[in-house]
Design a protein around this ligand. Sequence first.
Ligand SMILES: [Zn+2]
Length: 66
Amino acid sequence: MSDNVMHDSPTEFLHEVTQTTGVCAAQSVIPREDDYLCACSCGQWQTSAPTRQEGLRLARLHTASE
Ligand SMILES: [Zn+2]
């Protein structure tokens, strides 16, 4: 019999990282050719807006709904 001990499994660590990055800590509004790409650090929100101001407004709405 071989002792197949699974220690220092990386899955646990990855799970922790996912939880940390799943927070709405920062939103970004990135200018593109025709519009603005809006994204959140939680990784679960991404949209486009016609103006930077609209993008910031949508970002504020997203964080307010959390
Ligand atoms: Zn978010």
